[in-house]
Design a binder for this molecule. Structure first.
Ligand code: SD4
Length: 321
């Protein structure tokens, strides 16, 4: 049932939905709501896949991707591969508010964040260090370099990053361990009483990624998209594949043509599945009037959260994939 205002987010993280909802009700700013909601997950390290201390890369470092988009004026602020700053969505908001740019990356995004008053600190925790050490001890080969075939018969020596050329992409991506337990991005949509919409994402990306890797989450139209004239969409899943199809943009454009949110998200995933049948991902879309739909593939199920006035609590909706 369509209703405004509304807050929606990927995965069963009602604490993030509630943080966004309180902010929306008190400030009536959809950008504040999305920033507060995603920040809540960064602080809580939702499922270990948002915020600091998760998804260490091949060198053991956690880096963050985040984006925030204003569907009224189509302004976007984003950070990719952000190092040593915990509040990635906060930095993305500053990119939106304080620059003419859209996306800042890596160490230089950290320098910008420091100028904006954010603290520089390590994103490594005992947990992420342990993940990295366990992986190094068990794996002879890096995960995301596709011409490297792990040899299960050899004992793993000290880990060394490879500089071999990446000439083919043959490994089924599902073998890379992308599943709902270890790769969850928060994607959030907030719409106020007047139909003004904002979208945002925050994630620490893929575990054991090649250092420097940026996923779909900070890319407009890929991780999320919002347009007050239509609605918005957010994505989670295998970002290296998803970013090639701009699925959030695709879903919004299908809704512009009259598709329901459910049809629009299914269609956007089907376009990817044609090329990558074992791909894992999910999309949630909302029309400007507050009608919600979702689709998923590759996970056994997918959950998302919805908060409106008619429900005293955030609802967690389950979708079978
Ligand atoms: C990424 N899309 O960096 C993110 C990861 C994710 O559910 O969403 N997992 O590729």
């Amino acid at each position: 049932n369509a209703e405004l205002p509304i807050v929606v987010n990927t995965w069963p993280w009602p604490q993030a939905t509630d943080a966004a909802w309180s902010s929306l009700i008190s400030s009536s700013s959809v950008l504040d709501a999305v920033e507060q909601g995603c920040t809540r997950c960064e602080v809580d390290q939702c499922d270990g896949s948002v915020g600091y201390g998760g998804s260490p890369d091949e060198m053991g470092e956690t880096t963050l991707d985040a984006m925030i988009m204003d569907g009224g004026n189509m302004n976007v602020g984003a950070v990719g591969c952000l190092r040593e700053v915990k509040n990635a969505i906060g930095v993305a908001r500053r990119v939106l508010e304080n620059t003419e740019h859209t996306l800042l990356v890596g160490q230089l995004a950290t320098e910008f964040a420091k100028e904006m008053g954010f603290k520089q600190e390590s994103l490594t925790t005992n947990h992420s260090q342990q993940m990295y050490d366990d992986w190094k001890a068990k794996n002879c080969q890096p995960n995301y370099r596709s011409n490297v075939t792990p040899d299960p018969t050899t004992s793993c020596g000290p880990y060394k990053p490879t500089n071999q050329l990446n000439t083919e992409k043959t490994k089924p991506r599902v073998e890379l361990g992308i599943d709902q337990s270890n790769h969850d991005t928060i994607g959030m949509l907030a719409i106020d009483m007047n139909g003004h919409i904002a979208a945002g994402t925050s994630t620490n990306g893929m575990t054991h990624k090649v250092p420097g890797r940026v996923g779909d989450s900070p890319l407009p139209g890929s991780g999320c998209y919002a347009d007050d004239l239509v609605g918005g969409a957010v994505a989670t899943g295998d970002g290296d594949v998803m970013m090639r199809f701009l699925p959030a943009y695709q879903a919004v454009e299908s809704m512009r043509q009259g598709a329901s949110p459910t049809q629009a998200t299914e269609d956007a995933l089907n376009r990817i599945l044609k090329h990558f049948p074992s791909f894992s991902g999910a999309l949630v879309a909302v029309t400007k009037d507050g009608l919600v739909g979702a689709a998923c593939t590759g996970f056994s199920s997918f959950h998302y959260c919805v908060r409106t006035k008619s429900n005293p609590m955030t609802s967690v909706i389950s979708v079978k994939c």
